[in-house]
Design a protein around this ligand. Structure first.
Ligand SMILES: [Zn+2]
Length: 65
């Protein structure tokens, strides 16, 4: 096993953990239930956009679709 596959296995495990945690709460794992994403480095204009994972609802149900 190379270093890269070790890292990708580690991050896959982390992601799955996060997903199952958010599933318990019924919230979208991508946006944490907010339904939007914000880009912190943008200051000049509104940089929030609807979460593509849940279509802006913030629900785990919609994220699963
Ligand atoms: Zn979302």
């Amino acid at each position: 096993m190379g270093l890269f596959s070790a890292i990708s296995e580690w991050s896959n495990g982390r992601y799955e953990k996060r997903v199952s945690k958010m599933q318990e709460k019924g919230l979208c794992p991508d946006c944490g239930g907010k339904g939007i994403h914000t880009l912190p480095h943008e200051h000049l204009y509104s940089s929030t956009f609807h979460c593509p994972g849940c279509s802006g609802s913030g629900l785990f149900e919609d994220w699963m679709k």
